[in-house]
Structure formats: structure tokens, C-alpha cells
Design a protein around this ligand. Structure first.
Ligand SMILES: Cc1cc2nc3c(=O)[nH]c(=O)nc-3n(C[C@H](O)[C@H](O)[C@H](O)COP(=O)(O)OP(=O)(O)OC[C@H]3O[C@@H](n4cnc5c(N)ncnc54)[C@H](O)[C@@H]3O)c2cc1C
Length: 499
């Protein structure tokens, strides 16, 4: 899609400038455009300003070599789940389709004893390990139900749980090594950090907004990894932005200043010196990126305090393509769950593979997708070595055919500019109870979006859509409360939260 930059006349005052062209920003622009054009307010002007030369943010769909050519694969966010009604709604609007994640067949598990265990239905850990795992998940599910997704500070135990890391809690509540290792793998894959970095309350809050831990973990159609988007997830932002017209989208224009000192309009200035006036701003850049933007007057200090407590997580994601999906033919789902295996090179405490899933596309192109164990260490290792070691481990699990690859591609999200980490920013202890309210609190004419500000499926694509709709509705309400009478956001929130 070609989106041209246009010069803006000095005398034009936009109604809304949306900063950030990821899923949240483009959802906001889509909603504003949809409501205002339906109401015949065609002269209302919305401008989307994105720092990078592409839309999509943390969704990124790229071509990878496959037999006979190339095929699109997601190197960023890719899965959606059946209870993620915000993204499902948007995809319907945009005419995007999804298909089920393949999960049939046996899977592999490897914990720190190094043994590769094949299992089908029930996880192959010791009987006590299974009990341990079941009991801690039940306990955390019960606790998460006490954390209101829209106001985690209202939970009676908020102080206690926010002053504790997930690691501290697990040490107190688990007694088997294998179950504990399994939980660690799941947490570091889904949040990009180790349990010792993460506030317990923030994990429970995430689960509360997702409907429970099973929903977050599962790669069956019941869970967050249940479905994939035909043609890739980056299309969400590209198609949503298309609706507002290419003349209203600026690419390659990092915003550097937001000046609200004039009562009549807000001035938004980009690094190249382009300047635009607007009545309102939706800021959808991740919180660590907002910290690089100058605000006049300054942002409230609590926002900075919060940003300091929301660092970015890290994951290295890889795609491997093959001539045929030989694992399916062998009755395997392609799924591997591992602590990484024994160290294989200096500088990395474990081998490379943490999680692998089937990534065969809807047109049948064979591939696997995976995430690195100890990704912060493995990112320092040369690409050719990463590739060699991943493929070696695939052979260990899947047999010699695992080595017969067509292509290997991986993506280190720490190197991505204007990025909210992988999969996003996480909360350290104290962040919620001390500063959570600053995350969404309107700052004069600046409204906040971005998946980290979501109350449902925060950190996920669907959460990003929720925040885009919310920020758009906040502004529509300020313009004219009748504009949001369709109750769209409320009904999607109710469906997603099961209320
Ligand atoms: C590897 C990986 C795997 C993931 N897997 C999944 C998954 O399977 N399912 C799922 O639901 N979620 C997944 N996620 C998370 C999901 O991708 C994100 O939650 C979602 O895309 C975030 O959207 P966003 O719009 O809130 O933020 P972003 O996508 O980060 O968008 C923010 C935008 O703001 C722009 N920006 C920043 N600073 C400025 C500035 N100064 N001026 C202008 N623009 C600026 C950025 O360039 C970016 O385009 C994954 C993420 C990663 C990285």
C-alpha cells in the first residue's frame, strides 16, 4: 500500500491527530472515521502520524522463502482467540478472515532433566507435578477473579499482591520442580520476562482481562493462540488506515513535540519539522516511546514514574519453512515446550528452543513458528549460529526431516525502532497500586491508547483494538455525546469479559 506524505496548510486545524500506526492507533482512526462519516460529519479531519515507514507496529508480516517462491508469515503478533471480541469485530469490518491453529497430534516437552517427553492429552510431568500445576493455576484463577479488570487497585489484596513478584508467589505456592519449570516457560513466552521481574498483581490483572490463565495459555481454539489471520496480522493496520485515506496518513514522521499551551489548538511537531494543529490527540505509542516525546506543558510526573516501572519485555521469534509438513504426517502437532535444553554455546545458559507451534499457512505452505529460551542471551549470538542451533534442536525433537529446511528467519524485537518490546511493556512491583491511574488518564486534550492501556486482553492485539475504540469514543463524547450512542465499545467489552 502506498501512503503518501502531504504538506498540511498552516491554517488547517485537524479534529484529531492519532500518533502511532499500530493496531491501536489505526483502530482509533477507523472508529473516528466510521462514526463521523455515518453522521455526515464529512468535513471532520483525522490525521494518522506514524514514526516508521510502515504501519502495523508490533504486527509485522514478511515474506519468507518457501518451495517455489515466497509466502507471508507473521514475525510479530499473530494469534487471536475466540473471546477476543474487539479484534474479531474489527476483522469483520475489514473483511479479514481467520483460521484455526493446528494443534492435533502428539507434542513434546523437555524440562531441565533434559529428557524429551512425547505427550498427547495430558502434560508429561510427574503425577505430583500435575497436581501442583493444577492447584497453582486454580489458585491464580481464583485470585484473578478478585482483580477487577477495569480497576485492579479496587482489589482488597491489591497492595499485598502488587508488592510481590510472580516468582515470590510461585516459590511459596509450588512444591515440584517440573511444574515450576513449566510455569516459567509459559510466563516468559507470553510476557517476554521472567517471573522474578513481574508484579503478581499485574499478572493476575492480565488474566482477569483475559478470562483466566487457561485462555491465555492454550493453543487450541479455546485459547488466545486459537486462530491465525489469513494473509497476516499487519493487514489489520493497513486496511484500517486505508479507510481514512492515504492523504490522511503520514509515514516516517516520528512525533517529537506535543504542545498544548494554546487554548485553541494543540500543535504536533514531527522530527522532520512538519507541524500540524489539531483539537485533540490520540497517543498510541508505547509508554517507553512516549517518554521520548516532549510535552508542553510537561506530562504529569506520575506518568514518568509509571513509565519507569513499565520496561519492555523481550522475545526472539523464528519461522522455519519446509517442503512438507512431515510432523503432521507423523501424528505430531508440531508443538514443543522446552526450558531450552542444555547449553550449546558460550554465553547462553540453555539451548535455543522454548516453544514451537505449527505455522502451516491457510494455503498449506509448511512451516513452524517458535520462540527462543533465554532470548536476551541468544539475541547476542550471530544469526547463522542461531539458525544452526535451532535447526539442530528441531532434528532432536522431530527427526532428520527437521533439518531439511527451506528457510529460517528470526526477528529480534529489541532492535525494532519505536517498539513496545516483545510482546510489550510489563509492570514491575508497585506499578499498579502507585501509578496505574496515570496510564489512561486524559491529559488535557491528549487521550491514551495502546495495548498496555487496555482493560481486556492487555498486551494483546485485541487489547490494542479495545483502546483504540475507547480513545476514539472519549473524543467523540467530547465532541457530541450522541456520537457514541451505538454502545459498540460497551457491548464488545461485555462480550469479551463475559458480563
Ligand atoms: C513477536 C511478538 C509476538 C506477539 N504475539 C502476539 C499474538 O500472537 N497475539 C496477540 O494478540 N498479541 C501478540 N503480540 C502483541 C501484539 O502484537 C501487540 O499487543 C499489539 O500489536 C500492540 O499494538 P499497539 O498499537 O498498542 O502498539 P504498537 O504496535 O507498538 O504501535 C505503536 C505505534 O506507535 C509508533 N510510534 C512510536 N513512537 C512514535 C512517535 N514518536 N511518533 C509516531 N509514532 C510512534 C510505533 O512505530 C508503532 O507503529 C506479539 C508481539 C510481538 C512483538
Amino acid at each position: 500500500m502506498s501512503l503518501e506524505k502531504e504538506r498540511v496548510c498552516d491554517n488547517v486545524i485537524y479534529d484529531v491527530v492519532v500518533v502511532g500506526g499500530g493496531v491501536a492507533g489505526t483502530s482509533a482512526a477507523y472508529r473516528l472515521n466510521q462514526v463521523l462519516s455515518k453522521k455526515g460529519s464529512g468535513d471532520i479531519k483525522v490525521l494518522l502520524v506514524e514514526a516508521k515507514d510502515r504501519l502495523g507496529g508490533r504486527t509485522l508480516t514478511e515474506k519468507v522463502n518457501v518451495e517455489g517462491g515466497q509466502e507471508l508469515f507473521d514475525l510479530g503478533g499473530q494469534w487471536i482467540g475466540r473471546t477476543q471480541h474487539h479484534i474479531i469485530w474489527l476483522m469483520k469490518e475489514l473483511g479479514l478472515e481467520y483460521y484455526e491453529q493446528y494443534a492435533a497430534g502428539s507434542k513434546f516437552l523437555r524440562l531441565s532433566d533434559g529428557k524429551i517427553r512425547k505427550f498427547s492429552s495430558s502434560l508429561k510431568v510427574s503425577f505430583v507435578g500435575l497436581l501442583d500445576l493444577g492447584s497453582v493455576i486454580t489458585k491464580m484463577n481464583r485470585m484473578s477473579k478478585k482483580v477487577p479488570h477495569d480497576d485492579p487497585c479496587a482489589c482488597k489484596q491489591a497492595e499485598e499482591w502488587d508488592s510481590m513478584t510472580v516468582d515470590t508467589f510461585l516459590k511459596k505456592n509450588m512444591w515440584t520442580k517440573d511444574a515450576r519449570e513449566l510455569i516459567d516457560i509459559i510466563i516468559s513466552t507470553t510476557s517476554g520476562v521472567t517471573p522474578k521481574e513481574l508484579s503478581l498483581l499485574s499478572l493476575l490483572h492480565g488474566a482477569s482481562g483475559a478470562g483466566g490463565f487457561e485462555e491465555m495459555m492454550e493453543s487450541t481454539k479455546e485459547g488466545a493462540q486459537g486462530f491465525r489471520i489469513k494473509g497476516g496480522a499487519q493487514q489489520i493496520s493497513e486496511l484500517a488506515a486505508e479507510r481514512i485515506g492515504s492523504e490522511n496518513v503520514w509515514l516516517g514522521e516520528p512525533v517529537k513535540l506535543i504542545d498544548q499551551s494554546n487554548d485553541e489548538f494543540v500543535t504536533v511537531v514531527t522530527e522532520s519539522g512538519k507541524e500540524v494543529k489539531t483539537k485533540y490527540v490520540i497517543m498510541s505509542a508505547p509508554i517507553n516511546c512516549v517518554e521520548n516525546i516532549v510535552f508542553k506543558p510537561s506530562l504529569p510526573m506520575d506518568y514518568h514514574f509509571l513509565a519507569q516501572r513499565m520496561p519492555v519485555g523481550h522475545n526472539l521469534k523464528f519461522i522455519v519453512t519446509y517442503k512438507k509438513a512431515f510432523w503432521r504426517e507423523a501424528g505430531l502437532s508440531g508443538e514443543i515446550i522446552s526450558f531450552g535444553g542444555a547449553p550449546v554455546i558460550d554465553g547462553c545458559d540453555t539451548g535455543p528452543i522454548q516453544v514451537v507451534l505449527d505455522a502451516v499457512t491457510d494455503n498449506g505452505t509448511p512451516a513452524l513458528v517458535g520462540f527462543f529460551a533465554n532470548s536476551r542471551q541468544w539475541r547476542k549470538i550471530e544469526l547463522s549460529v542461531r539458525r544452526r542451533e535451532v535447526v539442530k534442536q528441531l532434528v532432536e525433537y522431530l527427526g532428520p526431516e527437521g533439518g531439511d529446511i527451506i528457510d529460517y528467519v528470526d526477528k529480534d524485537w529489541a532492535e525494532e525502532p519505536y517498539n513496545g518490546g516483545c510482546p510489550g511493556n510489563f509492570m514491575t512491583t508497585g506499578a499498579i497500586t502507585l501509578f496505574f491511574k496515570s496510564l489512561q488518564k486524559t491529559f488535557d486534550r491528549v487521550h491514551w491508547a495502546g495495548t498496555e492501556t487496555a482493560t481486556l486482553w492487555s498486551g494483546y492485539i485485541s487489547g490494542a483494538v479495545q483502546t483504540g475504540l475507547r480513545a476514539a469514543d472519549e473524543i467523540l463524547n467530547r465532541m457530541d455525546p450522541s456520537l457514541t450512542q451505538d454502545g459498540l465499545l460497551k457491548s464488545l467489552d461485555n462480550e469479551s469479559s463475559g458480563d
